[in-house]
Design a protein. Structure first.
Ligand SMILES: Cc1cc2nc3c(=O)[nH]c(=O)nc-3n(C[C@H](O)[C@H](O)[C@H](O)COP(=O)(O)OP(=O)(O)OC[C@H]3O[C@@H](n4cnc5c(N)ncnc54)[C@H](O)[C@@H]3O)c2cc1C
Length: 425
């Protein structure tokens, strides 16, 4: 059923997808409220020093580029389509100006965290699978850092809260390793600025990096560089499984990779893993079973199984073991989450059909995959993929385009096509 402007759309999270979804909605004349627990693009700010692997053209929409050019023509030089930005540059040159733009500034409420969502007068088990649930407003309970609360009401609710907030367990069985719950506050789960602001924390130290994805590879490369510059810096990189048989190291490479920066990172990290540097050691098949932090010595004792059984000592631990979606937020809603990925089931099932581990090789989505049993409630962006790590910002932009064909029941609506410049650079 179509929800026409000026109905109210509430969006949770002002990452790239929340901001772009809000802009699309504003262009269509909807009333919009976006709630962000921190600053716009808070997650991306946390790895600001790291270069992105997809070019700016893939991470931005024609609609937003056009809106920014119209408003900030004199002050803002938008990045070129093929430019590879760092996270910080992406925020500074695109996402923050978007948040500040006339179309979004009044709709954006920063410093408000969504703690629970529901429907006015209904519990989860009321009106199971009934379309009439949509007659009840959505309710979002919001809290600021001083504990103040407010309630938001809307006709449509879009969850764009991403994944960055909750890291998975380090323990290799999907549950905490022994001692992990206590040790977690001392573990780094992201991408610290190893060669910049956080250099002193890692220089001259032995760091354990856990994980086999691009975040781990990025940290290992930065630590490898630091080891060349700062005496006694050492890195041990552990991955849970044996190296892929078709790969020359822990990082898989893709034939004729269209994302050359991604391939460069994989080559560099595999080179380090293959003992090309004396200060970097890679241990495949070394799952973590225990982790203890000793505050007195400021060191970790990490117990490994597999090919490296025993207790090993490190000064620092960086765990890049993936993220899990916060499904707690929507617990009172009628959402069917996938048993394997915790993404909404329709999209999750489609994604599971895809055998390729290359995020660039995903089958085209379709608007129907975004529909949940809870009418007018949608999950977009990284959270919509759940634990599946193949989400790309470009997929989120396509989700937005598809979503508004459903919300307004206009099959051919495509603001991105409408705003494409006649002669793209
Ligand atoms: C090092 C690194 C490099 C990357 N490079 C690329 C790349 O080159 N190309 C690419 O496509 N992707 C890349 N990614 C992934 C990309 O950053 C994410 O997929 C993207 O940010 C997801 O966008 P999102 O809007 O769905 O979620 P997020 O960017 O995570 O934004 C979610 C927002 O919601 C807010 N939020 C969370 N919970 C709440 C709550 N309860 N209430 C209110 N607000 C909340 C957060 O603070 C955040 O601002 C990279 C990731 C990393 C870590």
């Amino acid at each position: 059923m179509s929800v026409d402007a000026p109905a109210k759309i509430t969006i949770l999270g002002a990452g790239p997808i929340g901001l772009e979804a809000a802009l699309y909605a504003r262009f269509l004349g909807y009333e919009v409220a976006i709630y962000e627990q921190g600053r716009p693009a808070e997650s991306i700010r946390r790895w600001g020093s790291v270069p992105m692997f997809s070019p700016f053209g893939m991470n931005s929409s024609p609609l937003a580029r056009s809106a920014l050019s119209a408003q900030f023509a004199d002050e803002l030089q938008l990045p070129g389509e093929n430019e590879l930005l760092t996270g910080a540059e992406y925020v500074e040159r695109y996402l923050q100006p978007l948040a500040d733009s006339d179309l979004l500034a009044d709709s954006l409420h920063c410093g408000w965290k969504a703690v629970a969502v529901g429907r006015e007068g209904l519990s989860k088990s009321d009106m199971v699978d009934e379309e009439t649930r949509r007659d009840a407003d959505f309710i979002v309970v919001l809290q600021d850092s001083d504990g103040r609360e407010q309630i938001d009401r809307s006709d449509v609710l879009i969850d764009c809260t991403g994944l960055f907030g909750q890291a998975a367990w380090i323990g290799s069985n999907g549950v905490p390793a022994t001692g992990e719950v206590e040790a977690r506050p001392h573990v780094e789960f992201g991408l610290p600025d190893i060669l910049g602001d956080e250099r002193d924390k890692y220089a001259g130290k032995h760091t354990l990096v856990i994980g086999s994805g691009y975040s781990a590879a990025t940290n290992v490369c930065a630590l490898g560089q630091l080891a060349r510059e700062a005496l006694h810096t050492q890195v041990t990189w552990i991955t849970r499984k044996d190296n892929q048989t078709d790969a020359s190291g822990p990082m898989r490479r893709f034939t004729d990779d269209p994302l050359s920066a991604r391939d460069c990172l994989a080559v560099k990290a595999n080179g380090l893993a293959a003992d090309s540097e004396p200060h970097v050691t890679h241990w495949p098949n070394a799952p973590v079973t225990g982790i203890h932090y000793d505050a007195h010595s400021d060191r970790f004792q990490v117990t490994l199984a597999g090919k490296r059984p025993g207790v090993h000592e490190y000064d620092r631990v960086i765990a890049n073991v993936g993220y899990v979606p916060n499904v707690e937020l929507t617990r009172s809603m009628q959402i069917h989450y996938c048993y394997a990925t915790e993404g909404p089931i329709k999209l999750a099932a489609k994604l599971m059909e895809n055998a390729s581990s290359d995020c660039m090789a995903q089958p085209p989505g379709d608007a129907q995959l975004l529909i949940n049993p809870e009418p007018d409630f949608y999950v977009l962006g990284a959270k919509s993929y759940g634990r599946n790590s193949q989400f790309l910002i470009k997929n989120g932009l396509e989700q937005i385009r598809q979503l508004f064909t459903i919300i307004g029941d206009r099959e051919n609506l495509d603001l991105y096509r409408q705003f494409l410049p006649a002669n793209p650079q």
